[in-house]
Every structure is written in structure tokens, then in C-alpha cells.
Design a binder for this molecule. Structure first.
Ligand code: HEM
Length: 412
């Protein structure tokens, strides 16, 4: 059995565990898992008052997170849909991104594109995903020496897929990449915004030009569909449109890249599981689910109660916020046997990496398709795989995963 927590949870106090929840370094070195295990056992709905953050309750049990998401007229996404620092209050556009909306607005906006992300709607992109995955594996087979799997392979594939879906030329990826790094990497010195940089502005300007172009020259892509979308007989506003492009393009690639890279890393760390997969490639769909559970790229989202209530015996007053820690739900001992074991055939695997309820990840089928196509293409051709340096995780409180994975691979 492999345990990916650093040290014995029994030796960590609840106060130290709570401090780890707001410490980006704890997500980077994996020690947050030990802290979350302590909170699940000692204080599953734990009030955290930490410098730089408005107070909130950390919710660490699978069942409690599910209940909060089910009670979606009591626990709202507005106004605090994620763990913002006090100095980094919700940006003015946050309320207009899908994850920050509540019904009925959320229902209307989600319906605009939901069909495109269902299995039937994804049929038109499935062949492209397959050929992009094969190209990624071809690139691996050409590399004879060590390289960074994240920057060279796993970041590129989901970015190409989302650009293909939106109808954005590959050459225009840069504003999307920078915006994602700004959104998810702001706690990491490597990606923190530099003086003079304005990634949000660049991103808005770029998509403004895309919207104008598609309104004048519609094509068969999601950018055209969105640019012409109407709600209640009126075109949706520019700010809302840019918010939609924002969530699709940023949510759509970093998370999937983190799963592909984290999945590959898990196979390197667990050679028995890699052998098992090579012997039975039909296990790839199960392995993909386990990779998603194992990596849990989205640490958390947040909700705020609009009336006094109670969760797991803890009173929550109207106006108080709860942090839904999916990464903790995915190691919950009450739901998973041996949660710290990476088991490519885990069944059942009721992980919550895509959330649950009305905000359940709209891109879940697409993400699964991408990760599956990649490993379907790689596993039969993989001859040898090794680490050539120290893997590095992003310092983050929100969306995370590997930022560097130096490897050498022999691929036929
Ligand atoms: C492994 C990859 C991914 C993971 C782990 C992931 C995780 C999540 C999570 C946890 C949520 C919030 C769920 C909740 O509040 O209950 C979410 C929402 C969302 N995701 Fe993903 N995601 C992934 C890939 C994608 C992809 C490829 C797209 C496609 C463009 C996407 C688009 C979205 C959108 C649009 C929402 C907002 C849904 C809503 O609020 O109704 N995600 N995702």
C-alpha cells in the first residue's frame, strides 16, 4: 500500500491541519493530504480564521460536500465561489462565469452549451481528439533524451483540443495560456503576474476580436455559437460572453493536463500498476477514473449559506461560507477502500473530482475522452518510462497539479 501523505496524521494538531488548508506550499508538497485526513477525523466542518482570508468552514467529508451541493438554493455560488484571498476579492467578472452563477441564471447560461459537451455533442470532435493524442505520442517517440512532459506534451494536448472546439487557431494560444497561468498559478512564483502584465485585459481584447469576427462571419464552431447566443430574445452581453470564453478556455485545459501528467507520474511511481495496464490495456477507462481521483486537480470550490442551517452538526449562519474540498472527499476513508492506494482497476470509484449537482463539471466527458485517448495511444507503444529529475507541483490553493515532470520515455 502506498500512502501519499507526509507523516502520521495522528501527530498533527487540528490547528496545524487548518493552517495547511490555506497554505499553497502544502498543496505543492502533498502534505495537505495529511492535514485533510486530520480534519476529516477530528473536525469535518472546521471553522478557519486565517490571516488574509475572510473566515470560512472547511468541509472535508464526501457526504457533506454532496449534501451542500444538493441544497443549491440554500448554499449559493455567489458572491464567493472560490477561496479568494482578502486582497484578491472576486474580480468584477467572476459573477458572470458559470461557476459563480446561481439558478435561474446559471441554468439558462449552462443550457446554451451543455449539449455540445454531452457524449453525443462531442462526437464531432472525438476523431480530432484521437488524432491529437496520437500526435502527442508520436512526439514522445521522437524524443530520445530527457524532456519536461508537462510543458512539452500534457499542457499542449488539452490546449489544442479546446482551441479546436472553440475554433481558435493554434497560433493564438498565448492569451489563453497566460490567462490560465494568471488564474491558477498566481500563488506560484514561477507564474505570478509580473509588473506591467495584464493577462486579463489581453484575454478580453483577444476574445472581443473573436466575437466581432464571428458575429460578422459565423462558422461551425463554439465561438460562433456563443457569439450569436440569445437569452430571452436578446444577445448575451459582451462581459458575459467573455466570462464564458474565460471559463471554457481556462477550466478546459490546465485540469486535464494535470490529470494526464499526474496519471503518468502515478504510473512511474507504481510500476506494478503500469505493468498491469500494459498487460490489460482494456483497463484504461478505469485507470483514467483513478488518475482523476488521484490527482483531483480542482482542490475546492466555495458556497455561501443564504439562511441559518447546519452541516454535520455544525451550525452555519446566513452569510457564512463553506469550502468544498474535493481533494479531501476523494481520499475519504468512508467512501474509498485504501484511499491512498493507486489502483487502476478501482471499482466502484465514486470520486468527486468533477464536483456534483448543478455545477457538475460541464467538461467531464471531454476531459475523460482526452485522458483516455492519450493513454489508449501511449500504453501499447510504451517500452520504457523513467523520471530524470524531481517532479514539481504548482503552489496553489485552487487548481493545481504538476508544473514540471522531467522524464525519459521509449515509445515505439
Ligand atoms: C480532469 C479535468 C477536469 C476537472 C478535474 C474539472 C473539475 C471541475 C469542477 C470540480 C467543477 C465544479 C463542480 C462543482 O461546483 O460541483 C468544474 C466546473 C466546470 N468545468 Fe471542469 N474540470 C475538468 C475539465 C474540464 C474541461 C475539459 C472543461 C471544458 C471546457 C471544463 C469546463 C467546466 C465548466 C464550464 C464548469 C462550470 C460548470 C457549472 O458551473 O455549471 N472542465 N470542473
Amino acid at each position: 500500500m502506498t500512502i501519499d501523505i507526509l507523516g502520521d496524521p495522528a501527530e498533527l494538531s487540528v490547528e496545524d491541519a487548518a493552517a495547511a488548508v490555506v497554505d499553497p506550499a502544502a498543496y505543492a508538497d502533498g502534505s495537505v493530504h495529511r492535514a485533510l485526513a486530520v480534519l476529516r477525523r477530528e473536525s469535518p466542518v472546521h471553522r478557519i480564521e486565517a490571516e488574509g482570508f475572510a473566515p470560512f468552514y472547511a468541509v472535508t467529508k464526501h457526504a457533506d460536500i454532496q449534501e451542500i451541493e444538493r441544497r443549491n438554493t440554500l448554499f449559493l455560488a455567489r458572491p464567493r465561489y472560490k477561496l479568494f484571498r482578502a486582497v484578491d476579492a472576486p474580480p468584477s467578472d467572476s459573477a458572470i462565469a458559470l461557476v459563480g452563477m446561481d439558478p435561474p441564471e446559471h441554468t439558462e447560461y449552462r443550457a446554451l452549451l451543455a449539449d455540445k459537451f454531452r457524449p453525443g455533442g462531442l462526437r464531432f470532435i472525438a476523431d480530432s481528439v484521437e488524432s491529437l493524442a496520437t500526435s502527442a505520442v508520436d512526439m514522445m517517440s521522437e524524443r530520445k533524451s530527457s524532456y519536461d512532459f508537462v510543458t512539452d506534451i500534457s499542457m499542449q494536448l488539452p490546449l489544442s483540443v479546446i482551441c479546436a472546439m472553440l475554433g481558435i487557431p493554434d497560433a493564438d494560444r498565448q492569451p489563453i495560456l497566460r490567462m490560465t497561468q494568471r488564474n491558477f498559478g498566481s500563488e506560484d512564483p514561477e507564474f505570478a503576474q509580473q509588473p506591467g502584465e495584464q493577462p486579463q485585459m489581453e484575454f478580453a481584447q483577444y476574445f472581443l476580436s473573436v466575437i466581432q469576427d464571428r458575429q460578422a462571419n459565423p462558422r461551425d464552431d463554439i465561438a460562433s455559437l456563443l457569439s450569436h447566443a440569445e437569452l430571452n430574445g436578446e444577445r448575451i452581453g459582451l462581459r458575459e460572453l467573455i466570462g464564458y470564453f474565460g471559463i471554457l478556455s481556462t477550466a478546459g485545459h490546465d485540469t486535464t493536463s494535470a490529470t494526464i501528467a499526474g496519471g503518468l507520474h502515478a504510473l512511474i511511481d507504481h510500476p506494478d500498476q503500469l505493468e498491469r495496464l500494459r498487460a490489460k490495456p482494456e483497463l484504461v477507462p478505469h485507470a483514467v477514473e483513478e488518475m482523476i481521483r488521484w490527482t483531483s486537480p480542482v482542490n475546492s470550490f466555495m458556497r455561501t449559506a443564504n439562511a441559518d442551517t447546519e452541516i454535520h452538526g455544525q451550525k452555519i449562519a446566513a452569510g457564512e461560507s463553506v469550502l468544498l474540498l474535493y481533494s479531501s472527499a476523494n481520499r475519504d476513508e468512508d467512501v474509498f477502500d485504501d484511499p491512498y492506494t493507486f489502483d487502476i482497476a478501482r471499482t466502484p470509484n465514486r470520486h468527486m473530482a468533477f464536483g456534483t449537482g448543478i455545477h457538475f463539471c460541464m467538461g467531464a466527458h471531454l476531459a475523460r475522452l482526452e485522458v483516455r485517448c492519450f493513454f489508449d495511444a501511449l500504453i501499447p507503444r510504451l517500452r520504457h518510462l523513467e523520471l530524470t529529475g524531481e517532479p514539481q507541483q504548482l503552489r496553489t490553493l485552487f487548481v493545481g497539479g504538476l508544473k514540471h515532470l522531467p522524464i525519459r520515455a521509449e515509445v515505439a
